[in-house]
Design a protein around this ligand. Sequence first.
Ligand SMILES: [Zn+2]
Length: 310
Amino acid sequence: MGINNLDKILQLVPSLNYADTKWLNNSVKEKLNSDTVGKVIAEREQTVSDCPHCHSIEFVKHGVTTKGIQRYRCKECRKTFCSLTGTPLFKMRKEDKWLAYAALMWDGVSLRKIARHLKINLRTAFFWRHRFLQMPNQNQPASFTGIIEADEAFLPESFKGCRQMPRESRKRGGGKVPLVPFLISYQRGDQFTYRVMDRNTKENLAEAITPLLTEGCCLCTDGNLSYKSIVSNLDIKLDHKRIIASDGRVIDDVYHIQHVNGFIAHFKEWLDRFKGVGTAYLGNYLAWHIWMRDKGYGEETLWINEALTV
Ligand SMILES: [Zn+2]
């Protein structure tokens, strides 16, 4: 745009009424947000190194998408792709609203409020939430070393967000809502992780915790006898500290499960604002909560940058 056009716009600003000024302000903000997202995507384009479908490195440029993103065609599998293929941002529209959406997600604002605020429909808000939640979920650690805290927690089973109620209801005895168990583990001084379990059985707990344990680590749990049995059946050697409340909550000043207990309390409190979370999405919310805790509120483009590195 020439300087004359900009001058013309600026000259008109003082004559705008309040509503129009607000509208202009929003348009400018959206434009800025969209440019920031565009820059992040452009940077991503520089790093495309192989076909996301077959990982061949033989590909050629193949026009641009409607958004102006470079498209490629793989010489091996003949499929086309762009720099967003395989990332949570693929085929998401309205990129001028992504940053504002990410900010509202950080604040734990409800979907209805987000939809109203950003003038998007509720279905879009819902679809985006799960795209946004997908990314942290793909970055879970495989195993832990050193001192590991682990504890189970429970939330009522919920079919919120599911199109159909499952045919086989798990309701048993007195119509009580069954509880869904999940395991929270923490490698001391480093990272939390989670596993959502099917049932509260020793077998499920063993499945959840065993992959995390490594030779020589020290596992801290509560007095649940299942852990004792699981540890005794392992092929690896590790130290197991059972923190039994009546024995005191900390052993030798270092062995305790207070970090995981604190995390669980904080997570449940944070979850309250969503007024019930579908069990199918519980893992996504856990991953998001862990991610927020690890990153703090970083750069406004943090989420979008990381979504593009998966
Ligand atoms: Zn390919």
